[in-house]
Design a protein around this ligand. Structure first.
Ligand code: SF4
Ligand code: SF4
Length: 168
């Protein structure tokens, strides 16, 4: 399994188009979700996310109303202060504030609000968990495979299982 983030970025970009084709291949060659999910589970269990935290640096975290309430409560501020200091409104909706270092709650490689983290964080990169079928979530994966080792390695494993032709 490749975990080096420089390599993941280079290989993920190189394979971006191939990974888009993989998504189309999966649509036309259906395989049971549970079989693919098992592969993703194995890869996820082999990855120690505390050595990485790249999603916390790079990905956008959208917030639901109830998450605003629970995060504000968790860090002990009012809803108004939370919205002012820890969130921002963008064209993607309400998101967690970020700096050049990443998410406002990232402390080193660890999450400062882990027990109250938003669902987006809890289920990322959405290969094992997420809404809808795995195939329906695949449209995010060519991008995620450029910065998330779990996503990159899982797509590579899928290719083997699905007999997907790659161009080395
Ligand atoms: S809330 Fe925690 S898990 Fe989510 S992006 Fe921020 S630091 Fe990462
Ligand atoms: S989910 Fe992916 S990007 Fe996020 S910490 Fe784990 S391996 Fe890294």
């Amino acid at each position: 399994m490749i975990t080096d983030l420089v390599q993941i970025s280079r290989l993920g970009e190189k394979k971006r188009e191939e990974n888009k084709r993989l998504r189309m291949h999966m649509k036309s060659h259906p395989v049971a979700d549970r079989r693919l999910r098992r592969i993703a589970e194995t890869i996820e269990s082999e990855m120690d996310c505390t050595t990485c935290a790249n999603c916390c640096r790079l990905a956008t975290v959208t917030l639901r109303e109830r998450e605003v309430e629970s995060l504000a409560k968790f860090i002990g501020v009012s809803r108004q202060v939370f919205l002012q200091d820890y969130a921002e409104v963008t064209e993607e909706g309400l998101i967690l504030k970020r700096s050049e270092k990443g998410c406002v709650f990232l402390e080193g490689n660890l999450c400062g609000v882990y027990d109250a983290r938003p669902k987006t964080c809890e289920t990322f990169p959405n290969l094992v968990r997420g809404e809808g079928s795995l195939v329906s979530r695949m449209w995010h994966m060519p991008d995620r495979a450029t910065y998330c080792p779990i996503a990159y390695n899982t797509l590579e494993a899928f290719k083997g299982v699905l007999g997907f032709a790659t161009h080395k």
